[in-house]
Design a protein around this ligand. Sequence first.
Ligand code: ATP
Ligand code: MG
Length: 344
Amino acid sequence: MTVAGATPRLIDRGDLLAALDRASAKKVTIISAPAGSGKTSLLRTWADRPDRAHRLAVVRVRRDQHDAQDFWLALLDAVRHASGTASGAKPPAATPDFNAPAMVDRVLSELAGARSDITLVIDDLHELNSPETLAQLTRLLTKLPPGAHAVLTTRHDLRLGLHQLRLAGELAEIRAADLRFTERDTRELLAASGIALSGAGTALLHQRAEGWAAGLRLAALSLAGHPDPERFVAEFSGTNRAVAEYLIGEMLDRQPGDVKDLLLRTALLDRVNGELADLLTGRPGSERILLELEDANAFVVSLDPGGPPNGSADMARFLTPSGTRRRRATGMMRPGCWPTIRSA
Ligand SMILES: Nc1ncnc2c1ncn2[C@@H]1O[C@H](COP(=O)(O)OP(=O)(O)OP(=O)(O)O)[C@@H](O)[C@H]1O
Ligand SMILES: [Mg+2]
């Protein structure tokens, strides 16, 4: 199996693989963590293990996918390949009278008729920009036949309505905190990249990147040609050029115009709230944007000690490798990577 987007030379994160093994014994596993946390890489190492019992039907949702039919055809094709019923057959074709509920039933009956257990793997589900498709997917997930499982990744929590599975103990979640590189992982990543760094330097790098996989990888790339690695680590933060470019490309450029405007106009502030952002942008509605950004794990972290209702505040921390620890400042939000944006 291949999952596009992962890098070569992935280090083996045994504890995390074991956690995914345990999780995937449930009906549905959701891996929800921000960009660059290592979701796809984890799937890739998990899927590539020779001793896996289930067959995998892998689909990666294309960027900003609106077309329900494309999604379901890809999923059906993947399931048919995994179950062995696709051999020699043409991939299912698009039709003008496409019927999503009927398609879900088709996928379900392929899964029920499969000779071996199948796990659906859907990467980048946050890209699926169609509420109806998500609703149909919920139906699929809640009706999976015996022997069928699903593992989904997303950059932010989706409203999938899987409470029944949760109540039945059949929903597992792997989140940003679980994906964070440990100090040992960091050491291994550096060793695999041929970088010699002191123990203290490694610990500092790990701490500064807050275990964020992409940040550590970018640091390793920069360190490879650096004349003074220890000094590089001491200065490493969200202002690092490679990290800045990644954040801008993956996160900022993808925000809608009003959101980007808000982010840029508040970039000089250490903290911001809705009222202040309304003043700076000259528009109402900033509070809602800030809350949505936090929900989407993008750029802001709530400083409310209780965190937001869905408990996702921790996941925004990756955006500021240099210290977005939550502090007591009720109701205020601190922009996540302002120095980063300014340095671009
Ligand atoms: N086990 C690993 N070994 C080495 N590098 C890793 C590992 N896991 C993640 N990385 C590094 O972190 C980067 C980001 O990981 P990955 O693409 O898996 O994140 P993601 O959570 O899938 O991000 P996105 O939401 O953008 O899809 C990888 O390109 C890789 O460089
Ligand atoms: Mg990914």
